[in-house]
Design a protein around this ligand. Sequence first.
Ligand code: ATP
Ligand code: MG
Length: 281
Amino acid sequence: VTNEDFQLALLEVKSAFGADQDSFESMVLNGIINWSPAVQSILTEGLLHAKQVKNSARTPLVSVLLEGPVGSGKTALAVKMALQAQEAGFPFVRLVSAEKLVGMTEAAKSSAIAKAFDDSYKSPLSVIIIDEIERLLDYAPIGPRFSNSVLQTLLVLAKRLPPTGRKLLIIATTSHANVVNSLGLEDAFDVRLTVPNLNKMDQVRTVLKEIDAFTEQEWRDYDKYTRTLPFFSTANPHIWIGIKKLLMLIEMAAQDESSKVVKFLSSLQDACGQMDTLGDE
Ligand code: ATP
Ligand code: MG
């Protein structure tokens, strides 16, 4: 290996990373709001495993699975973890997602995933995000159907140790932990972290405060309504909403200047009510 080869490999690694940087930042567009201590502990644990990969000779491969309901913030947290790892000295970060592989044949998907791993082995320290495992597998509950070749590829790659001197942190996400388990992927991950939905009005309030959703007058209205309407009383256990949906509801209500607070609260009640009737989702 000449110095030129090395420079070339370095360039390749950099450009592979650079191409993803923009999309990373758009995926944490709304930042990470600390609405519960659980959020910080997920990120802290992620950083801990990045440091483990970097510093321990015994664990050159660590895989973390973020599991949680649809819209609970899994992708944003996975990307944030990868960016944290990047700051801690991981030069290569790559995202594998269903969106990027859309329209490909199963074989092409499998080789695109394999290529992400091969590329990562060029860098001493790498992070690969595997977003929405069930979608990568084209999982459909009816049948049930899924891509067996993509599954086999993931099973092999998630467990294969990187070449000597190379280290890899895998961060995967899923909204269907049960699917991951039933497909035999449950042993593929060293660590599983649960990303929760919001389940208390205090947490909703923290988010509203954090993004400065209301004026002073609107806050007075908000406090009045939430104190008097039974649905929002602290004793009510029906608050259940993902951060993604919540931010969407806040944004939609904001379009209605004259009745922002009422609009927000009624859509929040609807969203939680729907979840309720859907039952075990
Ligand atoms: P899906 O199930 O549809 O894939 P998801 O669980 O991956 O959704 P994201 O796409 O990560 O959810 O959406 C979460 C959004 O909420 C992002 O825009 C992110 O910036 C924002 N956000 C704010 N605070 C947090 C937080 N504490 N955790 C995660 N995301 C947050
Ligand atoms: Mg996602």
